[in-house]
Design a protein around this ligand. Structure first.
Ligand code: ATP
Ligand code: MG
Length: 400
């Protein structure tokens, strides 16, 4: 037996009142993009859910991809049959027989969403259940705690038979909450922050600071790979690569060593704000967590944050490192993140960074720096690449 449909349910979207149709349309668009590799599929928006018709496409790889699409609460494989009792009986039996796990007990749960259908759900349960019983051995009905609950949903134009549901990725469809600029390093945390930001419906662009020739091409490729992994959660990602070497050298020469880290972060944030403004982006996301390292104490955040008025989204702020690592493994960024290439932040950086940097001091030191000049220069030399989900794309030499 081959399931011929997938029924996709929204969950949280149901709460969104007037916006509902907008959210559904965005979700449908995201699904079509994520499932572009399966040209046989066709889609229908109906009864507050999306029905995907497989048209002969095997369901396994499709299921794997649907699991990562935000805005989906749950989904089920379904066998669509005519609104005909004999077809329903045969369909229910097929669904039961196709089950890999050993099934000893079952129940039929009919829902007659289309009331004009002449047989009520109680009666249908009996008719279909009786047929299944008489065509199987060693199987009984258990209405309270069955191994398999076969759901038969009678709609106006057809009946859908399902058993079991897959959990969806939850969240909101990417693109329904505006755009956020993700500060993407090559580390473990920021890709996870990007994933969680997308989960709440934001489309992301990414900004990465690199310091050639001190950081090499493979470090850059690593960030491209991370961005690419994030595209599977629902959007293409514009990646802005900012040359940061000159700024680091300037700080190294002109600023007291214990404030270099703070001043460097302030520069990163100013440049990020500038790029965000140019692109109509209203917030910045980072992978910071409270108290992890010197740059992430409250004092540090307070002093670094001073240079921008944009909201900074820090999805990991309350998480332990181990919790972050667990998510990184689930979303397939971990293995890339731990590749040992130099990050720009570790270059030139003294080890005596202040854990309690003060705003007044940072401002004072910046009076001796050419802040505007270096920001303008870095922004003007920023390269932007579009990262997509295409398999062959996104190798450095093809992008530049
Ligand atoms: P990550 O694991 O994301 O690298 P981290 O624990 O190493 O984070 P920091 O080095 O203090 O922490 O960086 C804090 C945040 O600053 C990062 O999560 C990221 O959002 C941003 N950031 C750091 N370095 C860069 C960079 N080279 N380019 C862009 N953003 C960066
Ligand atoms: Mg890092």
């Amino acid at each position: 037996m081959k399931y011929n449909h997938i029924l996709v349910r929204f969950g949280e979207l149901a709460l969104k009142g007037k916006n509902r149709s907008y959210f559904e349309k965005q979700l449908l668009q995201n699904m079509k993009m994520t499932l572009k590799g399966f040209p046989l599929l066709s889609y229908k928006r109906t009864y507050g859910r999306i029905v995907v018709e497989l048209n002969g496409q095997a369901h396994e790889p499709v299921v794997a991809k649907i699991k990562s699409i935000f805005g989906i609460h749950s989904f089920s494989l379904a066998l669509k049959v005519e609104n005909d009792v004999d077809d329903m009986k045969r369909g229910a039996l097929e669904v039961l027989k196709s089950h890999e796990a050993k099934v000893r007990t079952f129940k039929i749960s009919t829902k007659r969403a289309y009331k004009p259908f002449p047989i009520d759900s109680q009666k249908l349960n009996h008719l279909i259940g009786g047929y299944v019983l008489s065509n199987t051995e060693d199987i009984t009905v258990d209405v309270h705690n069955p191994d398999l609950d076969i759901r038969v949903e009678v709609r106006e134009t057809a009946t859908y038979i399902t058993s079991g549901t897959y959990a969806g990725a939850g969240g909101l469809p990417v693109g329904t909450s505006g755009k956020v600029l993700l500060m993407l390093s090559g580390g473990i945390d920021s890709p996870v922050a990007g994933y969680l930001t997308m989960k709440r419906g934001a489309k992301i662009e990414a900004i990465h600071f690199h310091s050639p020739p001190y950081t090499n091409e493979r470090a850059k490729q690593k960030v491209i790979d991370l961005a690419k992994t994030l595209t599977k959660f629902g959007c293409t990602i514009k990646l802005h690569l900012v040359p940061f070497t000159d700024i680091q050298q300037h700080l190294h020469k002109e600023a007291p060593s214990n404030y270099q880290m703070t001043l460097m972060r302030r520069m990163m944030l100013r440049i990020s704000e500038r790029i965000a403004q140019e692109r109509g982006i209203l917030a910045i996301a980072t992978g910071e967590s409270l108290g992890q390292v010197a740059s992430q104490t409250l004092h540090s955040m307070h002093t670094i944050n001073e240079v921008t008025n944009l909201p900074i989204i820090r999805p990991l702020v309350t998480m332990d490192k181990l919790e972050v690592i667990e998510i990184a493994k689930q979303i397939d960024t971990y293995e890339t993140s731990i590749l040992p290439y130099e990050d720009c932040c570790t270059i030139f950086l003294p080890t005596d960074s202040k854990t309690r940097p003060k705003r007044e001091k940072a401002n004072k030191y910046e009076q001796y720096l050419q802040v505007e000049h270096y920001i303008n220069d870095a922004v003007s030399r920023t390269e932007t690449v579009l990262i997509t989900n295409e398999s062959k794309q996104n190798k450095l030499d093809e992008l530049f």
